[in-house]
Design a protein around this ligand. Structure first.
Ligand SMILES: Cc1ncc(COP(=O)(O)O)c(C=O)c1O
Length: 384
């Protein structure tokens, strides 16, 4: 049966994600457009993003936080280029973004002492294999497979190496153990539904110590430089930026942060994501044609919820035909203005990906699920 009730907001994509409930461009009215980002007023706005983010995340007082160029990719590559090479490096790879960091480390940085621990889509590599004396590179939540690490207990508290964590689809949706993380990065375009462009970089005191002591054996573009004359540029952690930020994006980030505070802060954000995952999990449980891509329940992401089609007739098709069916299903729902951007990532096994971060309303996911059943049946009978 064709459902009649549509989700109020059809944005279920994994980045940029849905704007927060009630958002409109009016949220940007006070943006300091046309002003120098070095003016006192603009620096105060940038500083406010840092202060509110620090409080919302519950960062330890001695951790630093800065706004850097080029979204999460910029923040993470800045960290890799600035810090890696001082020790051996262990990288964990279980989906496309981790793979990208491996390519950086191996083919671009050409790190000599590099170990990659890899697993296929749906699985995690053996976390116990990483060595505490080596640096560690990983993404907390694999956005393209919907597999996350369940906790940070496997990262040694007394490690000698640094841990570099790409947390862009995890932060503000999962509890992060800050004392186990030396470098953490994310973008505004994920859990708070902000705009892309700028990255957030969080550094532990040990990461700062490495930055000040270690001279990377490679050229560093100006966009990656956090130090001058061997000292950390502390102004970057107070509201200065390396180059010109978008004050429109800054205003939007502030709007997202204020919304998060209003609804109850980090615990409320996490609870909203977990609730969204629960709604989908209950549907998966009673729906024979679909299953989670993540094999182990404790690793199921509550943000990038990745599903595979297990209907025997579809699963028996060649991969290209499965991908074709998913594409047609997603287009059908987009045409109905019921769901945008829910086809799985291009490199992942064919399937669906629903964003469950805090800006997505549970009622919208509940309204979407019957449409998924309908669209699956319609698409399957049209194609097979
Ligand atoms: C885990 C992960 N890393 C990196 C990125 C790239 O983020 P950005 O495009 O904001 O640089 C994404 C984007 O989805 C991601 O999910």
């Amino acid at each position: 049966m064709r459902p009649t009730h549509r989700p109020a907001n059809p944005c279920f994509g994994s980045g940029p994600t849905a704007k927060r409930p009630g958002w409109s461009v009016a949220a940007l009215e006070r943006a300091l457009v046309g002003r120098s980002h070095r003016s006192a007023a603009a620096r105060a706005r940038l500083g406010e993003v840092l202060a509110r983010s620090r409080a919302l995340l519950g960062l330890p007082d001695d951790y630093r936080i800065a706004i850097v160029p080029a979204s999460d990719t910029g923040a993470f590559e800045l960290a890799m280029w600035s810090l890696l090479g001082a020790r051996g490096v262990d990288i964990l790879v279980w989906e496309s973004f981790g793979k990208g960091w491996l390519i950086d480390a191996r083919d671009q940085l050409r790190l000599e002492d590099l170990r990659a621990f890899e697993a296929g889509y749906g699985e995690l590599p053996a976390l116990g294999a990483v060595a505490p004396e080596r640096d560690l590179v990983f993404a907390w939540n694999g956005t393209t497979s919907g597999v996350r690490v369940p906790d940070g207990d496997w990262i040694a508290a007394d490690r000698g190496g640094l841990s570099l964590c790409d947390a862009t689809s995890a932060v503000l949706a999962m509890a992060l153990p800050w004392t186990r993380l030396d470098v953490t990065t994310y973008s505004w375009q994920k859990v708070l539904g902000g705009e892309a462009q700028h990255g957030m970089l969080i550094l532990s005191p040990r990461a700062v110590e490495r930055l000040e002591r270690f001279r990377p054996p490679r050229p560093l573009p100006k966009l990656f430089r956090l130090t001058a004359g061997g000292r950390l540029n502390e102004d970057l952690f107070r509201g200065d930026t390396i180059n010109t930020p978008s004050m429109l994006a800054v205003e939007d980030a502030l709007d997202g942060l204020r919304w998060a505070e209003r609804i109850g802060g980090l615990p409320a954000l996490i609870a909203r994501s977990e609730d969204n995952l629960r709604v989908v999990a209950e549907w998966v449980e009673r729906t024979p044609w679909v299953d989670f891509l993540a094999r182990e329940p404790s690793t199921r992401s509550p943000t990038s919820i990745c599903l595979r089609i297990v209907d025997p007739a579809v699963a028996a098709l060649p991969r290209a035909d499965q991908a074709g069916l998913v594409k047609a299903l997603a287009e059908r729902l987009e045409g109905e203005a019921v769901a945008y951007d829910i086809a799985g990532y291009r490199d992942a096994p064919p399937g669906l990906r629903l964003w469950g971060g805090a800006t997505v309303e549970r009622a919208d996911l509940e309204a979407l699920l019957p449409w998924l059943d309908w669209a699956f049946e319609e698409t399957k009978s049209a194609l097979m």
